[in-house]
Design a protein around this ligand. Structure first.
Ligand SMILES: CCCCCCCCCCC/C=C/C(=O)SCCNC(=O)CCNC(=O)[C@H](O)C(C)(C)COP(=O)(O)OP(=O)(O)OC[C@H]1O[C@@H](n2cnc3c(N)ncnc32)[C@H](O)[C@@H]1OP(=O)(O)O
Length: 253
């Protein structure tokens, strides 16, 4: 993770080649970095983007979920939950500068921010069902809160990956920006949020989001148990094995 501060704005650049997949170590690093910025009194905003060309993040590292060690799988999921709690509940203003594809966990990271700008000709969405897995309730709450129930239900069922244009049309992202302007526009959007007194913006954000974060807190252990039980099922392991194969075939084909 490349993290630096530009005045009162923290910039986090995901930099885990080849595709910024989120494994246990990288999620832990991500959480430490965001918690550090959150606790820095001089930091009012965070921009999340990718240091890699064409990929914002490929989402959760599928290899963490395929033929897993159960203890590690639990730790992995705890970090995924924590990342969402940290980002969705963040008191600083957050902008996702989506400069590449953003499937599943990559999409969730961006949906957890306050504002999303995206470069053209990429795809974004919660594609979990395409892998034969299911987005948990808090992924589904997050997309529903962004694009509304009907569109979210349809997109989740299909595991639909939106083009940048489609994402803009349904409100999954807020603005389409050429890649060379994405950081400049992220700073402009940040300034708009800074024009509102921090405490008023923060209380408003809490009013909108707290109930959803509280829901995960209340069910956190059960959510981890569900995840581990679900992922370790033979049928789910088979489906994930097939998906990994298809990724490799696509590459060679
Ligand atoms: C009852 C209800 C209970 C509910 C319980 C919960 C259930 C589980 C919930 C789990 C939620 C999961 C969230 C996720 O994020 S899953 C991950 C989904 N991600 C994807 O599907 C992305 C797949 N990847 C791609 O589409 C492309 O790779 C991408 C567009 C991102 C990039 O394409 P490109 O052509 O540039 O690169 P390659 O495809 O050649 O990939 C390069 C190598 O990287 C490997 N790869 C890609 N993505 C991942 C990944 N997510 N994890 C691990 N590895 C990944 C790919 O296989 C290539 O590897 P090799 O070089 O070794 O071949």
């Amino acid at each position: 993770m490349l993290t630096f501060k530009e005045s009162c704005i923290g910039v986090m650049k995901l930099s885990k080649p080849p595709v910024n997949s989120l494994n246990l170590e990288y999620l832990t690093e991500f959480n430490i970095a965001i918690e550090k910025l959150e606790n820095d009194k001089s930091c009012r905003g965070v921009i999340i983007t990718s240091a890699l060309p064409k990929i914002f993040s490929a989402g959760l590292d599928i290899l963490e979920m395929y033929q897993p060690n159960t203890d590690r799988l639990r730790q992995f999921w705890t970090q995924v939950q924590q990342l969402w709690i940290n980002l969705y509940g963040s008191q600083v203003a957050t902008v996702a500068a989506i400069n590449g594809h953003a499937p599943a966990g990559g999409c969730l990271v961006s949906l957890s921010c306050d504002y999303r700008i995206m470069a053209p000709n990429y795809t974004i969405g919660l594609n979990e069902t395409q892998l034969g897995i299911v987005a948990p309730f808090w992924f589904s709450d997050t997309i529903t809160n962004t694009i509304g129930f009907r569109k979210a239900e349809r997109a989740l069922q299909l595991g639909y990956m939106f083009t940048t244009d489609e994402a803009k049309a349904c409100g999954l992202i807020d603005k389409i920006v050429p890649p060379d302007q994405i950081m400049a526009v992220a700073h402009e959007e940040m300034k708009k949020m800074f024009a509102v007194p921090d405490f008023a913006r923060q209380i408003t954000k809490n009013q909108c989001r707290k109930q959803f974060i509280d829901k995960l807190h209340a069910k956190r252990d059960a959510d981890t148990d569900n995840f581990v039980n679900f992922i370790t099922k033979d049928s789910i392991q088979k489906a994930m094995g097939k998906y990994l194969e298809s990724l490799k075939k696509r590459k060679s084909g």
